[in-house]
Unconditional design. Structure first.
Length: 298
């Protein structure tokens, strides 16, 4: 049985739990003819791997993210997966070979410090990123204003740090689909529109309230001005003749007076889907919440 390609990192806002619902909102035409697929905010890649495995008629795929280390990780997984697996296997054995939490915690903070100091080559850096992602609290990726990873140690008993089969499946899919991997501002992806083009946008979500903001995937926040710029970008995509779908927070479900996103996208189709959220410091805010699906097609 072949191993399914899926995200190799835990990522806040990942779409693994939403794929079945998102698939119901995809453009019908992409099942019928070759098309270009673009993800300007690729994140953990759940939607990317779904699309690549379910649509063999994707003629080319372009993924992008502002997070340099995330994009470096995609490139290493695609082009040098066996060397990565070798290093991850060693660090996993070293970590799981430590019997006590104190010893594991010490190793975690040592490697986190090395990661923040940018020691080692590209493969070593990606190894450290995957290690701290799999062993930190809640599997978060979060940096402070200085760009330093600051998530504390997570007390997992037997974390899978090196999932060699998934990494190989991901690498094979990224190679076979001729995926172009870009790093930088999402707006640069508009240059890759080619014929029938479908764009899926999964930006940092607008906070549901003042205490729920989690947008620190890279230095700087994604504020309301950025949300407005993103809406302008969607208008540009629309004018360029491509189809797009965006996921974002359903703020009006929390506060009926907060129709910021509905107002921004008033000329498009807005629907709601139920999503499970597991990453939140407040347990009462985890669980089933609605999210917006915004499309420029019916």
């Amino acid at each position: 049985m072949s191993i399914e390609a899926k995200p190799f990192l835990k990522w806040a806002g990942g779409k693994g739990q939403l794929l079945s619902q998102l698939s119901e909102h995809l453009l019908d035409r992409i099942s019928e003819e070759p098309f270009t697929y673009i993800e300007p905010f690729v994140g953990g890649g759940a939607m990317l791997f779904y699309m690549l495995q379910h649509f063999s008629n994707i003629k080319k795929a372009i993924i992008n993210d502002v997070n340099e280390d995330l994009i470096l990780t995609y490139r290493i997984v695609k082009d040098n997966v066996e060397a990565l697996i070798c290093k991850l296997d060693k660090i996993e054995k070293d970590y799981l070979g430590i019997d006590d939490q104190e010893g594991r915690s010490q190793l975690f903070y040592e490697i986190r410090e090395q990661y923040n100091q940018h020691t080692g080559d590209s493969i070593e850096r990606v190894t450290k990123l995957i290690f701290i992602n799999k062993t930190c609290f809640n599997g978060l990726y979060r940096v402070n204003k200085r760009g330093l990873f600051n998530v504390p140690f997570g007390k997992y008993v037997n974390p899978t740090i090196c999932n060699a089969e998934v990494l190989r499946a991901d690498s094979k899919l990224l190679q076979s689909a001729q995926v172009k991997i870009c790093q930088g501002d999402y707006a640069q992806t508009i240059q890759h529109i080619d014929g029938l083009t479908f764009v899926y946008l999964d930006p940092p979500y607008r906070p549901l309230d003042a205490t729920s903001s989690f947008t620190a995937y890279a230095k700087g926040d994604f504020n309301d001005d950025d949300q407005k710029k993103l809406a302008d970008f969607c208008h540009q995509l629309n004018d360029a003749g491509c189809y797009w779908m965006e996921s974002n927070a359903d703020c009006s479900a929390q506060n009926p007076k907060d129709t910021f996103l509905e107002d921004l996208y008033a000329n498009y189709h807005i629907e709601r889907v139920f999503a499970s959220r597991f990453i939140n410091a407040n347990p009462s805010k985890r669980g089933k919440l609605t999210e917006l699906i915004i499309k420029n097609y019916e």
